[in-house]
Design a protein around this ligand. Structure first.
Ligand SMILES: [Zn+2]
Length: 171
């Protein structure tokens, strides 16, 4: 994974870009959905192998999961804005696997599970993979993660958010 901060920031940015009224519930759901796929690390505790379809970076990181999850949350929370909720939640959830596919470690992402169990990476793996434990995160490794995420996630997201802010002000 990228770190939970990197994933969460992308969810936040996507929600701000797509949802013109910045609904708070949707903002929260977008951040949570961008982080959620990594709950599958529980697979390691359950002795499910990494490369199994239900293993880490498997089903919860797939496009199919993102669609089901988006429909579910849109129906539950979307009220009269189900379409916007669905789009933002789908993009936030799917962004997780896309970011992971840019990271430098672990196994690839099972984008097409349950239809194809292969794992994929992008050709450019520019984001330093984040350690799974908190203690390891506050280390030399953690610093490298932060630096790569600043460059490839935080700065691009900030530019988008600032542009959006200026556009709204000048309307
Ligand atoms: Zn992940």
């Amino acid at each position: 994974m990228a770190s939970i901060f990197g994933h969460g920031l992308v969810g936040f940015t996507l929600s701000k870009v797509v949802d013109s009224v910045s609904n708070r519930v949707l903002l929260f759901l977008a951040i949570a959905s961008a982080i959620l796929p990594d709950l599958d690390v529980i697979a390691f505790k359950l002795n499910i192998p990494y490369s199994h379809p239900l293993g880490h970076r498997g089903f919860t990181h797939s496009i199919f999961f993102a669609i089901i999850w988006a429909i579910l949350l849109a129906l539950l929370f979307g009220k009269n804005r189900k379409q916007i909720f669905g789009i933002v939640i789908f993009l936030s959830t799917v962004s997780h696997g896309l970011l992971d596919a840019l990271t430098s470690g672990g196994k690839g992402i099972g984008f097409f599970i349950p239809f194809d169990n292969s794992r994929y990476f992008f050709p450019y793996q520019v984001i330093k993979v984040s350690p799974l434990g908190l203690r390891k995160f506050f280390s030399e490794w953690g610093i490298q993660v932060i630096l790569s995420e600043l460059k490839y996630i935080a700065i691009p997201c900030s530019i988008i958010l600032i542009t959006l802010f200026i556009l709204k002000k000048t309307k």
